[in-house]
Design a protein around this ligand. Structure first.
Ligand code: ADP
Length: 468
């Protein structure tokens, strides 16, 4: 109970039960009177029976004195041991509600600052720091919209929903709903005021709007460039074969960029859709890594970058979706090649049978490091880690926390003739999350970067003692 003397308002009306009893009694009396008229030999008995039924029905349906409290209905319910149980249960439910809920008493209609909180559950007391029963509503909530809605419920009998923003260390957005309660026999007016936390919904909505804006902006740039070149080719470059070939090359690159972007957007939405469903397949990560090296060889040779692959002699098996794990390794290796200088070196390694510390252990001395995703703590879990190390430009510390944001790019970084979409690491993070793994980055400007994605291992190799 929030305040010891305040019963919960959420009780069913006793009158709903009495209606049935009175009606049934009335019908029985009428039937008995009709029978008495039809059978004079039994009339005396039937009349006595009708009188008894009428008396019992009348006693049962007498109105209960509820004037003692503004929240009277519960008194009637609490008069019997069963009613008392109901009342305690309802109080406990009210108190346990996650959402803040309060009962507000009206006071003087002209005094908008005079509304008092006569009952508040724990969530409301904790959120609004309500010290005691009877505290002024205006000291707990100053929002004019909420105060107005409460007044409308108390004195206009109308329910309303309004927005309420609680400022603080972390701004929170609430929906405040107010409904009038049945006027109490004591003459006071009461209303129920509840709050529903909509902070997360609001944030998701903003993210969705941002995402759409970013995606259309990213698509608009190559699209504008394509239409520009088409105009030029139709115009003065029509008969200039050298210019035409050059423009067609640029147009092909822009079209390729658009299709990369669309492919990344589609993969991101597909992965997000499945993120809460654990993957059902099985795969050997070492095998997946060597497949990626084969697939990416044209790209690395084009840029003269050597990719060194280091895999363990035994299989490194995990439970996972093969295509998604290949995409993780490919995106990380692709970045390493893209941001390496011509003729550079990329090292791709797979290690197995590691504990969490070993999987994410620092490997670049002096570099900034950050865990972009940490798996749930499990002291017994063993991991398979994929590490991609490059000797490219590296990144300053301040960029690391934002790397997995969609469309985030480190400014001024050269990626050769294949500008990135800014979605590669966002995709990596979602896939690693679906596989209950971890993601770690180490980097320093001028020193290159190292990214590690690690996944829970299946059939970890038995310990030496056990095997012996
Ligand atoms: P993109 O498709 O642009 O590469 P990512 O999400 O894969 O998008 O990466 C985000 C940004 O992080 C990149 O634009 C780049 O600035 C930076 N980045 C990622 N990997 C590396 C790397 N190996 N070396 C340097 N910068 C990197």
């Amino acid at each position: 109970m929030p305040f010891s003397d305040s019963p919960s308002p959420v009780a069913p009306l006793p009158s709903s039960r009495l209606w049935t009893a009175s009606t049934t009694g009335g019908v029985a009396v009428v039937i008995m009177l009709l029978l008495a008229a039809a059978r004079p030999d039994m009339a005396a008995w039937l009349l006595v029976g009708a009188a008894i039924v009428a008396l019992v029905t009348w006693l049962g349906s007498r109105p209960v004195d509820r004037a003692a409290t503004a929240l009277g209905p519960l008194i009637a319910a609490a008069e019997t041991p069963a009613g008392l149980e109901d009342s305690r249960l309802l109080d406990a439910v009210f108190e346990a509600l996650d959402d803040p809920v309060m009962i507000i008493a009206g006071g003087d209609a002209d005094d908008i600052a005079g509304r008092r909180i006569i009952l508040a559950n724990r969530a409301a007391r904790d959120l609004l720091r309500i010290p005691r029963a009877g505290s002024l509503l205006v000291s707990a909530m100053r929002d004019p919209g909420v105060l107005e809605a409460v007044d409308e419920a108390l004195f206009g009998g109308l329910g309303r929903t309004t927005d309420y923003t609680a400022a603080g260390a972390r701004e929170r957005h609430w929906k405040a709903w107010v409904r009038p309660l049945e006027a109490s026999p004591g003459g006071g007016r009461t209303a129920i005021l509840g709050l529903r936390d909509e902070t997360d919904v609001r944030r998701m909505e903003l993210m969705r709007v941002d995402f759409l804006a970013n995606a259309s902006h990213e698509l608009r740039t190559p699209l504008a460039s394509l239409s520009g070149f088409i105009e030029t080719l139709k115009g003065h470059a029509r008969d200039d074969s050298v210019a035409r070939d050059r423009f067609l090359d640029i147009m092909a690159a822009q079209a390729e960029r658009m299709s990369r972007l669309v492919a990344d957007l589609l993969s991101l939405s597909r992965i997000e859709l499945n993120e809460h469903i654990p993957p059902s397949g099985r795969l050997d990560v070492a095998r997946a890594a060597s497949d990626v090296v084969d697939a990416i060889s044209v790209l690395s040779q084009d840029k003269g970058v050597t990719v060194l692959l280091d895999v363990p002699p035994l299989e490194a098996r995990i439970a996972g979706d093969r295509d998604e794990i290949v995409q993780v390794i490919q995106n990380l290796t692709d970045n390493a090649i893209k941001y390496s200088a011509v003729g550079g070196l990329v090292e791709l390694s797979v290690r197995s049978d590691l504990d969490t510390e070993a999987a994410a252990a620092p490997r670049l001395p002096g570099a900034a490091r950050l865990s972009l995703l940490t798996p749930d703590r499990d002291a017994t879990a063993r991991y398979v880690a994929v590490t991609v190390r490059d000797y490219g430009p590296g990144m300053a510390r301040e960029h690391l926390p934002r790397l997995t944001e969609r469309f985030y790019r480190v400014e001024g970084q050269k990626s050769g003739d294949r500008p990135g979409t800014g979605l590669g690491l966002a995709i990596v993070k979602h896939i690693v999350n679906r596989h209950r793994g971890g993601l770690m980055v180490e980097s320093a400007p001028g020193e290159g970067s190292l990214l590690v994605a690690y996944f829970p291992q299946l059939d970890a190799a038995p310990a030496i003692e056990a095997a012996a």
